[in-house]
Design a protein around this ligand. Sequence first.
Ligand code: 3BY
Ligand code: FES
Ligand code: FE
Length: 426
Amino acid sequence: MSSEISIEALLTRRKKGHSLEAPFYTSEEIFKLDMEIIFGRHWLHVGVEPDVAEPGDVMVVDIGKTSVIVMRDDDMELRAYHNVCRHRGARIILQEKTSVGNLVCSYHQWTYGQDGELLFAEHMGSDFDRKCRNLKKVHIRSVGGLIFICLAEEAPEDIDRMAAAIEPYILPHDLKNCKVAKTVDLIEKGNWKLTMENNRECYHCVSNHPELTIPLFEYGFGFAPDGTNPKRMEHAAKYDALVQSCHTSWEAAGFPSREVERLTDTTGFRAERLPLDGAGEAHTKDTRSASKKLLGSITERKLGALSFWTQPNSWNHFMSDHIVTFSVFPLGPDRNLLRTRWLVHKDAVEGVDYDLNRLTEVWEATNQQDADLVEISHNGALSPAYEPGPYSPYTEPLVEKFTEWYVGRMAEHLLGKQAPVGVAAE
Ligand code: 3BY
Ligand code: FES
Ligand code: FE
């Protein structure tokens, strides 16, 4: 960040309805604050319950320099601990996924139970108080089978509100009885906020996503009709009528579908079930289901896709036959990791009920296309010629909601609760 201008000043003068000033995407200093404030104090989407399906299953999640052990204990409860030994600090679990009885540090064999209690530490003498050396806990919460963690001492309480609003949408897809068919990690060469901004609009979809736009209608994802263009108004009205009639029949069949939007809450989120084009079944190249076995007790293939977006780092698509989840993990101001998981019914057999390539090909292609877009926007933001540009009020209102949330969360922590942030664009 140029030394003359503080982040406080940048937050205060943020022009509403516009992309952020360059240092928000490029500065090391702001990246550190992002990790401390956004990723250190909010609920983060890190995985799904089927990642740790069995007792003793462990998954390690790295959030910047913080490594977290997410595990399922023998009572089937989810637990999370800092992956730091209470002896001399070594990482305890070194693999990304494993299965354990107790948690044993390989350095000097300090051994912790599944409840984090230090059970065994040799040669520490009779004065040694084991009780003060238990693993440090991390908040963990499942929302309909999606795993969220929070690194703060006190986690935002409004996750309860999110869970109450969203579980009726998600539960019919029975995520807990799915299996992860594939996980793909993709490194994106751009700031994590550019990845999130890109996800919150489909302005770029028609010209950049030939595969995704087979099942996707142009007007989904918060796309409002452009009031200056009569043709657009006509198309949008037709699409809107389709959405209304789908919502009515899906809701009558027990599938909550109408938009719920709380993107500027501390634990911000949005969900809506939208119809898909063609056969209307799934995000596949022929728009038909990718897996023969439908999820939960679903019998209707043509359920469109329920999308669930969370601040700061996820989006998820639930269809009748499979689920795709996306978590973003920042790695540096100019790099982030996008982790995508495809889930199918736990009894679905690869090669019989589903073909892995058919299941994943649309989003594998789309993710790479998005990664390329993130890279070109990051490179643009590095240029001295870059200045914040206007978001479209028709196609990018959800991008503004993301940016507004980010600026608001940063300002609350840096400037105090009531600080006004952002100025109206002239
Ligand atoms: O995955 C999503 O949420 C969609 C598809 C592409 C852009 N985004 C709005
Ligand atoms: Fe873990 Fe010594 S650092 S046992
Ligand atoms: Fe995209």
